[in-house]
Design a binder for this molecule. Structure first.
Ligand code: IMP
Ligand code: MG
Length: 188
């Protein structure tokens, strides 16, 4: 199956601007954006600039699964910021099963922020195992298509695409590089 563009650069720009404006409106005193590495890195860098009217601080966390879709998650890199009493928005590329977000929010809530919200570029509720509120949502995916680009990857490939595509999950798992020829147009 050829990759299908879900969000082109213009739609990404519109979506990020909308989310940035929503976050700014809800946080007049400023906000700490917590990016989940590495997938949210590109989204977060655009989102931070779209939160234009209030001060923004940025920090990162990194976690990994013991196995794909396993509920066991470990913390690889923790925040450098004390979030006690702070207004925090967790920034994710995509919420799928919700296992990652569930783990992160449990960890962060224990540190007693004043307010803890979630901003996800993409939401795929069909595969959800752990339910969670998502206060700031870009696009809801209706089908179980694997997505790539704008930070989203498989085996660290495709993160630098300036758009998001839907790909065939089985094809990508069997051959991670399968979409490289059609998605990159290198000239010799
Ligand atoms: P969850 O814990 O199942 O909600 O998955 C969250 C993480 O898995 C996301 O933050 C992504 O990093 C990764 N992920 C889930 N679905 C996709 C996808 O379709 N493409 C690329 N990465 C994905
Ligand atoms: Mg992620």
């Amino acid at each position: 199956m050829p990759a299908r563009v879900l969000l082109d650069a213009a739609e990404l720009d519109r979506t990020v601007r909308r989310l940035g404006a929503e976050i700014a409106a809800d946080h007049p005193e400023g906000v700490l954006l917590v990016g989940v590495l590495k997938g949210a890195m590109i989204f977060l860098s655009d989102l931070a600039r779209a939160v234009q009217t209030v001060p923004v601080e940025i920090d990162f966390m990194s976690i990994s699964r013991f196995a794909p879709d396993s509920g066991r998650v470990k913390l690889l890199h923790d925040l450098q910021t004390d979030i006690g009493g702070r207004d925090v928005v967790v920034v994710e590329d995509i919420i799928d099963t919700g296992l990652t977000l569930g783990y992160l929010c449990t960890q962060l809530a224990a540190r007693e922020p004043r307010r803890l919200s979630v901003c996800a570029l993409l939401d795929r509720p069909t595969r959800r195992i752990v339910p969670h509120d998502i206060e700031y949502r870009g696009l809801t995916l209706s089908e179980d298509e694997f997505v790539l680009g704008y930070g989203l990857h498989t085996r660290d490939l495709y993160r630098n695409l300036p758009f998001v595509v839907a790909a065939d999950r089985d094809e990508v798992l069997a051959n991670p590089g399968v979409y490289v020829p059609e998605l990159y147009h290198a000239t010799d």
